[in-house]
Design a protein around this ligand. Sequence first.
Ligand SMILES: Cc1cc2nc3c(=O)[nH]c(=O)nc-3n(C[C@H](O)[C@H](O)[C@H](O)COP(=O)(O)O)c2cc1C
Length: 206
Amino acid sequence: MSTYAIKEEPFTGLAETVSAVIRSRKTVFADELLPDPVAPEIIEEILTDAIWAPTHKLTQPWHFVVADSRELRADFGRFMLDYYQKKYTIDQFPPSRYEDTLSYPLNGGTIVFLMMRRSERADVLPEWEELAAVSCAAQNIWLSCTARGLGTYWDTASATIAFGERFITSDLEQCLGCFFIGYYEEARVQRNRKRKPLYTKLTWIK
Ligand SMILES: Cc1cc2nc3c(=O)[nH]c(=O)nc-3n(C[C@H](O)[C@H](O)[C@H](O)COP(=O)(O)O)c2cc1C
């Protein structure tokens, strides 16, 4: 018998299921989401999946802000409009785009801001490890949504991050953007998703 015998799968079919979820995960933009609300219990299940991400020294450096108030969402739209008006010339950001900008955060499912809250003992780990842990949590959110038939994407636009900065509670906290989570129609979100073949990304030294 080979010493490298593959261990029996602990859960039959699980590897195929996990691979299918990973490989079918995709970006679904806010304006592609249906207006149907996502139940708070489902959002909590998704965020519970998020917090099972790996975390060096168990610092668990994530925090989530669910922007569930209509008023806050309207405020987000007004903030973006103001932000882009200041940042761009009228030619780059013409009045024809104002209405879409204002309504962008109003319709796109549930908005979850992703924050990195570093440990009080920030010296225990380099920042990149904390960012890596929160990124693992972000991937868990995305995969959990995919498995539940929900669309989502990670919005890290500078306006989104600037808006999310209002949720910062200490010098050790940073906004890493937000997820819009909602239902969508598969047929209307056909993507030509591509990845370079594995061999272009793999060095295998034997
Ligand atoms: C850290 C990070 C930040 C991202 N920020 C944005 C963003 O601000 N706007 C956007 O359209 N997509 C954003 N994306 C999504 C990527 O554009 C998307 O993953 C990529 O186009 C591949 O498509 P897929 O997710 O369908 O595989 C982000 C992805 C990551 C990992």
